[in-house]
Design a protein around this ligand. Structure first.
Ligand code: CDP
Ligand code: MG
Length: 135
């Protein structure tokens, strides 16, 4: 069993629609077990550490503003090949390029507001789970 980190981004949480539930249902339907789940308003330093790899990129400041703009739903997820399977389930970063049926294709609205986050690799998953949920 492998673990990964998943986040539903602020524009989905703020919308007060059924989308949060639909997204979590898609995750469960793909065989993931939810091991942690929390609604969090992430502090700017936490998000800066979370997205440290993007520091200095043109979209970085906008990304920090966006992720700290409201509460997000954070989850730890477990299944075989969790990291790879969750990245496949969410789809490409740009919702316009994400495969049909993926979470980002269904719920993403722009390259920035792409509905969800999933860890890109096993090391990222461990780092992100520790940062958000602690050891
Ligand atoms: O989230 P993912 O790993 O697919 O993509 P990333 O390249 O690690 O980028 C992190 C996040 O930054 C994306 O999910 C987008 O929300 C945002 N982003 C952006 O606003 N503009 C870009 N050109 C690239 C990414
Ligand atoms: Mg990434």
């Amino acid at each position: 069993m492998q673990k990964t980190f998943f986040m539903i981004k602020p524009e989905i949480v703020a919308a007060r629609t059924q989308r949060c539930g639909e997204i979590l249902a898609m995750v469960n339907a793909d065989g993931f077990r939810i091991t942690e789940l929390a609604l969090r308003r992430l502090a700017r330093p936490t998000v800066a550490e979370f997205y440290a790899e993007h520091h200095g990129k043109p979209f970085y400041d906008n990304l920090l503003e966006y992720i700290t703009s409201g509460p997000v739903i954070c989850a730890g997820l477990e299944r075989e090949d969790a990291v790879g399977r969750l990245r496949a389930l969410i789809g490409a970063t740009d919702p316009a390029k994400a495969a049909a049926g993926t979470i980002r294709a269904r719920f993403g609205t722009s390259l920035t507001q792409n509905a969800v986050h999933a860890s890109a690799g096993r090391a990222d998953a461990e780092r992100e789970l520790a940062l958000i949920f602690g050891r």
